[in-house]
Design a protein. Structure first.
Length: 495
């Protein structure tokens, strides 16, 4: 006689359990995605139900919680960059640090340059500025803040900050002021050069200081094991606080999105004037982030790139909401270590460098925007100008430093390189708030894919270093243990 076993109910039960387990393990990611969609929905509902435009004060009230969340993330940038880089380099062999650092810089600069070339190719094909009408002549006059040469020199100056504490809050910037009697003067040599420190973390300077400090500790090794362990403990405390901040991300992101939707200018007018430009930038970002980078990752590692993207989805949503790759870095670091199995020391080494010099989305945007403005003005650009755009956009993106809307400021460098007036930046201001978020997502994707690829390339060397490190007793634990033993001996003697 045959025995029939009904497996339908257990299978359904297992499927339900698997689904609940999947939801539970991805609860924060789902909540974050939902908060973005809900924020967009609520924002448009508010716009539809109010006839008068919202005042800046009312928008500020709505954005208050989101602003607090953003400040929480920004407060973690300095301790995370410094401790992660120092411990990451100090924990690796010096030759391995050189190998990872060299490959990281080469990879990031190469992908950034190719994103510029992609942007030039797309805008030349679609030609979003040809035959379009916009208020080119209208718009506020912008002072010439600096030339391309000034911006490059500022970048080099910021590599070597005179004060470590000052680098945490300020960076150097050159500003050109026109002569008092000739406000409309266009001759650069007649402008007054004014150099001063302005508010904003000098990320690239902190990266250089941390790298040098980490290399010094790596050289000293046995003589500095206690200090290495102490900095490692600070890093672990920072990551614990980061976990608490991440738990609040759905609430903070919701209010950030709602306030931004409320603040939008007339969508219909913007779409009519800048629709093709917006489409061109978004198309370039999608191709760079979801086609080119995944192909490079697959060819380099033979791993599923979309599984990798799934692992960093929390970081990508946060990048979209905050429009800052630096503010997103605490979450990005946690995602690639926990979800994508990138070695912790490689991640701590790669991501701070990436947030300072790797801006694929920003570089692409600057190339597209410069060509779009040139097309609007009817300016024909030759091969020389296109090469100039490629080099300048790559250099300008490095100076963007991962801060919100920094790409708009460095855009002036690119316009200056091809002889277009700085005031033309005002043409694209209406859609920059949204494009800034989209290109930030691509910036973060470039950082993480780079970390994943370098981690794969150096996996054998990393395994050897990890095995060697496990064989060494942690000096901090040894010190604490010895102190406890001495205390116990004293207590026993007294008793």
């Amino acid at each position: 006689a045959s025995v029939h076993i009904d497996v339908t109910k257990p299978t359904k039960k297992m499927n339900r359990k698997s689904l609940l387990k999947l939801i539970k393990s991805n609860l924060l990611v789902i909540a974050t995605f939902t908060s973005v969609l809900l924020g967009i929905f609520v924002g448009f509902i508010i716009r539809a139900t109010t006839t008068l435009p919202w005042s800046d004060r009312h928008v500020m009230y709505v954005n208050f919680i989101g602003d607090i969340f953003l400040q929480m993330l920004k407060s973690l940038i300095v301790p995370l960059i410094t401790t992660s880089l120092i411990t990451g380099i100090a924990s690796l062999d010096l030759s391995l640090s050189r190998k990872i650092g060299g490959r990281a810089v080469a990879f990031y600069l190469t992908t950034t340059f190719f994103s510029v070339v992609l942007g030039i190719a797309i805008v030349s094909l679609i030609q979003p500025g040809v035959g379009r009408e916009t208020d080119v002549a209208v718009g506020t006059r912008m002072e010439m803040k600096s030339t391309t040469a000034d911006a490059m020199l500022d970048l080099l100056r910021n590599l070597f900050p005179p004060n470590i504490i000052q680098a945490c809050i300020e960076h150097y910037a050159t500003e050109l002021k026109p002569p008092e009697n000739h406000a409309n003067e266009t001759e650069i040599s007649d402008y007054e050069i004014s150099g001063h420190f302005v508010p904003g973390v000098n990320i690239i300077g902190l990266v250089v200081i941390s790298v040098v400090f980490g290399i010094a500790l790596s050289v000293l090794q046995s003589e500095a094991t206690f200090l290495i362990s102490m900095i490692g403990e600070v890093y672990r405390v920072t990551m614990k606080i980061t976990g608490w901040a991440i738990a609040l991300s759905p609430v903070g992101i919701f209010f950030l999105v709602v306030s931004q939707i409320i603040e939008m200018v007339n969508v219909g007018d913007v779409a009519q004037k800048l629709g093709f430009y917006f489409f061109t930038v978004v198309l370039g970002c999608v191709l760079q982030g979801f086609v080119i980078l995944p192909i490079i990752y697959y060819v380099s590692t033979r791993k599923n790139p979309f599984q990798f993207i799934k692992g960093i989805s929390q970081a990508l949503v946060t990048a979209f909401a905050t429009s800052s790759s630096s503010a997103t870095m605490p979450i990005t670091l946690k995602c690639i270590i926990k979800n994508n199995d990138v070695d912790e020391n490689v991640a701590k080494f790669m991501l701070p460098i990436g947030s300072a010099i790797n801006m694929d989305g920003t570089a692409l945007y600057e190339a597209v925007a410069a060509l779009f403005i040139a097309q609007l003005r009817g300016v024909e650009l030759g091969i020389g100008e296109l090469i100039s755009i490629s080099i300048t956009a790559t250099a300008a993106s490095i100076g963007a430093a991962g801060i919100p809307s920094a790409g708009l400021v460095t855009m002036i460098m690119v316009l200056d390189a091809i002889g277009l007036p700085a005031r033309d930046v005002t043409i694209i201001l209406a859609v920059d708030w949204l494009l800034d978020r989209i290109r930030t997502v691509v910036n973060v994707m470039g950082d993480t894919f780079g970390a994943g690829i370098i981690n794969h390339w150096c996996r054998d060397d990393i395994s050897k270093v990890n095995e060697k490190r496990l064989s060494v007793i942690d000096p901090l634990s040894l010190f604490v243990r010895s102190q406890m033993n001495q205390s116990n001996i004293s207590v026993n003697r007294n008793s």
